[in-house]
Design a protein around this ligand. Sequence first.
Ligand SMILES: [Ca+2]
Ligand SMILES: [Ca+2]
Length: 121
Amino acid sequence: MTPSAREKRRRKWNELRPAARAASSRSIDPGETCDDGNVADGDCCSATCEPADAGTACASDGNGCTDDVCDGGGSCVPLPNGAACDDGVCCNGADTCSGGSCALHAGDPFAGGAACNMVLQ
Ligand SMILES: [Ca+2]
Ligand SMILES: [Ca+2]
């Protein structure tokens, strides 16, 4: 007699459940190298609890002044970069990322002129 579809699902679940539970325990269990509390891939710690190589891109934190990469230990870390950015302020000149934020400014592009204090006429 062949097992019913329901019985097959039950068996599959029982087969997968211990691994899913172990991988989602947020603690390093025997046989795991990392544990981020989920069973997803692509987040620096794979579904089988193997860490991604250091430098592998991971989910953006929404900050363009950091490169989000795996640290090799299973975590996604934001590394400050030196990308061009825009703080929306014209009078401090072109902007560059520093220390993880849009903090470096080239200075007043209109120095010597009155443009930064310009009042619409
Ligand atoms: Ca970022
Ligand atoms: Ca600016």
